[in-house]
Design a protein around this ligand. Structure first.
Ligand code: 3HC
Ligand code: NAI
Length: 698
């Protein structure tokens, strides 16, 4: 008999009556590190040997096992029990094994739970196989067991999206046997009661691997997979992992369990050793690192944001407001006149009404949290105000002067400027320490990135609050310094300048767009300009035919909105087709500049679009505008559609080799000239020393 035996540093065995409890305590998320696997194996084995009549596997802390320990992948790990040995010990145990789940049972964690004979969970628990988001598939039998429990359609959806499902959905789908309310204590009690009942009732020791009905129902059914592939094709373009997940479920339907397991193992290894998963695993940690600002102490007091003010209800202001009301924070939106206010609030309402995730009642609840006004005086009781008026320094400065007068002491004053100098905005106020940039991306209610811009005088508390509020509204936040265009747009300008230059040299808009689309961006720069509108910031009276864009505007081409831009758009389908008139306009423009047109290869297009971005990224690090190379990747993946399976521009550059990139930058610099081709000293020195951009900390 035993009360509590520590098996490894992170796993212990307890006993309550006939029931043994194997308890994992590996903060922060109980990942399946080597000592957890060894402890689980020892725990199950010892429990059986000790004569216990049932075993409960449960975790301390905030969650059940959240998956394999990603930081162990590819590293040197002490020898310990493998996950499959743990699973076999559970599945083949001669006494009932019950998994008791709270928090999140994810990836390898859910795969462990699937080897218990029964699962009990808290109502608040969530379940998922999110490996696809790491460029992987569940490699511990999850691809074979999940469809056996929840059916093929649901397994396909869960495994290709990585979506977490609730306890209710899990119970309805057959994944969980019992759901209880309350906290960890209630869960423990319920799992022990379940175990005692299983013993008393002599419940069968159900092995999920033996439950074949749901997968056999789709043996030879190619149609379900063909249709599913078609449905997700657009969303998963370029990614390997979703397809490999599907193949595993096909194997589950068409092969015996052990053969399916072999197929899973082979495909898992292929993904694990490939570049996509390496990029996605790197990116997982990059996103979390971005939250950490080294010089801001963890215990920095935060401003308590109970009410937010937003100035401007245009494209950005309305979307920004939605972020806050979605998490229950009331917002006051101020516009310059009633008509603009009505228009802006009308767009917000329509966005909610169109969204499938908001019920009509929720639309009303959220709209009720927004107060519209035409007086900035209504910001007086706001804890934070975000300015989102036109991109004009004088206007922004005059507004910040007013906000300084109106807002209460200590209120956070943010600007959503996309490129202007936050210090110049701050300096017109008597409290520059309260001012910061919060650069949201369009559409602000959808795009994940929040590029916060720290002014020279922004206080620690303002910096910390900005990051915390970003997390609260579900954004991926970064903190960067002041420079024109900050991190994202500054690098984008380089790409745009070079893309336009290549048009003059003979590349076609469709060619440039296709090269970047095939690289994995959702669209190329010219399609993007057409979508945004070519006439943003363009004024007829000031237009002097100095860029191709100006020439197109002068010729009445405004982009998608009037069906003509770099492309011509079908009025009904919006399909884009290249236009001979545009090609001629570009040709004439090039002749006017004395540039001879030639064939530009796709490889040159790729290099000239992306290498200046890498070079600029290195300059950004040199200037300490970004804290880490990985923060730049977070900005580009979340704000500009850089394909996550290529990790971001810094990770990608490392994977190409910095020596090769530095040599090419030098070569283009000599051939083409232009400040953006001046080789960054940091890039040069990292190339020479064999260093990396992705791990560089400034
Ligand atoms: N391995 C190692 N570290 C992990 C981890 C994991 N699986 N999951 C989270 N962490 C770390 C994070 O890096 C972070 O560390 P930090 O504090 O030093 O930055 C810390 O745990 C807390 O993570 P979050 O900030 O993400 O905490 P949240 O509370 O916001 O989210 C979570 C918790 C939902 C569990 C989220 O961390 C998550 O989604 N984790 C990844 C889950 C996952 O992908 N599991 C599958 C792994 S692959 C696998 O299991 C393969 C198998 O099939 C063989
Ligand atoms: P917008 O033109 O759609 O909206 C601006 C709104 O501000 C208008 O509704 C206007 O009536 C209002 N406004 C102007 N002066 C005002 C004043 N004095 N008082 C109250 N309201 C006033 O512009 P958009 O696109 O929303 O841009 C706003 C800011 O966000 C700009 O600084 C822009 O650079 C930045 N931004 C824009 C992005 C985009 O993709 N549109 C992306 C990221 C940042």
């Amino acid at each position: 008999m035993f009360e509590s035996i520590q098996l490894t540093d992170t796993v212990r065995l307890e006993r309550e009556g006939d029931v043994a409890l194997v308890i994992v305590d590996n903060p922060p998320v109980n990942a399946l590190s080597w000592h957890v696997r060894q402890g689980l194996f020892d725990g199950i084995t010892k429990a059986v040997e000790s004569g216990a009549k049932a075993v409960v596997v449960i975790c301390d802390g905030r969650t059940f096992i959240a998956g394999a320990d990603i930081s162990e992948f590819g590293g040197n790990v002490p020898k310990a029990a493998g996950l499959q040995e743990v699973q076999a010990a559970m599945e083949d145990a001669p006494i009932p094994v019950i998994a008791a789940i709270h928090g999140t049972a994810l990836g390898g964690g859910l795969e462990v739970a699937l080897c218990a004979h029964y699962r009990v969970s808290l109502a608040s628990a969530k379940f998922g196989l999110p490996e696809v988001n790491l460029g992987l598939l569940p490699g511990a039998g999850g691809t074979q067991r999940l469809p056996r429990l929840v059916g093929v359609a649901k397994a396909l959806e869960m495994m290709t999206t990585g979506r977490h499902i609730s306890s209710t959905e899990a119970k309805d789908g057959g994944l969980v046997d019992d759901v209880v309310d309350g906290g960890l204590e209630e869960l423990r009690a319920a799992a022990i009661a379940f175990a005692n009942n299983a013993v008393a009732e002599n419940l069968p020791l159900v092995r999920v691997r033996d439950r074949n009905e749901l997968v056999e129902a789709h043996a030879g059914d190619d149609e379900i997979f063909a249709n599913f592939r078609k449905d997700i094709a657009r969303k998963t373009r370029g990614f390997l992992a979703p397809e490999f997940n599907i193949r595993c479920i096909e194997a589950a339907c068409n092969e015996p369990f052990d053969e399916g397991l072999k197929a899973e193992g082979k495909l898992f290894m292929e993904l694990m050793t490939g570049p996509q998963s390496a990029a996605q695993r790197y990116y997982f940690f990059a996103e979390r690192a971005a939250n950490k600002i080294p010089d801001i102490p963890k215990d920095t007091p935060l401003i308590d944001v109970q009410k937010v003010g937003i100035l401007g209800a245009g494209t950005m202001g309305g979307g920004i407001a939605m972020n806050f009301v979605n998490v229950g924070i009331p917002v006051t939106i101020v516009e310059r006149d009633q008509a603009s206010l009505d228009k802006g609030l009308g767009v917000v309402r329509k966005n909610y009404e169109r969204s499938r995730s908001t019920t009509p009642e929720q639309v009303e609840e959220r709209m009720a949290l927004i107060t519209g006004s035409t007086s900035k005086q209504d910001f007086a009781d706001c804890d934070m105000v975000i300015e989102a008026v036109f991109e004009d320094m004088e206007l922004k400065q005059s507004i910040f002067r007013e906000l300084d007068e109106i807002c209460k002491p200590g209120a956070l004053l943010a600007s959503n400027t996309s490129a202007l100098d936050v210090n110049q905005i701050a300096e017109v106020t008597s409290r520059p320490e309260s001012v910061i940039g919060m650069h949201f991306f369009s559409p602000a209610n959808v795009m994940k990135l929040l590029e916060n811009v720290r002014g020279d005088k922004s206080s620690d508390s303002v910096v910390a609050t900005t990051m915390a509020i970003g997390k609260k509204i579900g954004k991926v936040s970064t903190m960067v310094g002041v420079c024109p265009g900050f991190v994202g747009n500054r690098m984008l300008f380089m790409r745009g300048a070079e893309a336009e230059r290549m048009l003059l040299e003979g590349a076609k808009p469709a060619q440039v767009d296709k090269v970047l689309f095939d690289f994995g961006f959702p669209m190329g720069p010219f399609s993007m300009s057409d979508l945004a509108g070519l006439d943003i910031g363009w004024k007829q009276e000031k237009s002097s035919s100095s860029t191709i864009r100006e020439v197109l505007c002068e010729n009445g081409r405004r982009g998608q909105k009037n069906g003509m831009g770099y492309y011509t758009y079908d009025a009904e389908t919006r399909a884009a087709t290249p236009d001979k008139e545009v090609e001629q306009l570009i040709k004439d423009f090039a002749i006017g500049k004395g540039i001879e047109q030639r064939e530009v290869s796709d490889q040159e297009v790729l290099e000239r679009c992306l290498y200046p971005m890498v070079n600029e990224g290195a300059k950004i690090l040199e200037e300490k505008i970004a804290i880490r190379g990985s923060d730049i990747d977070v900005v580009w993946v979340n704000g500009y559609g850089w394909p996550v399976y290529r990790g971001g521009p810094m990770h990608w550059a490392d994977s190409i080799g910095l020596a090769e990139i530095a040599a090419k930058v030098q070569e283009y610099s000599e051939r083409l000239g232009g400040k953006h081709w001046d080789l960054s000293p940091l890039l040069k020195s990292l190339a020479e020393s064999g260093g990396q951009l992705q791990t560089y900390t400034s």
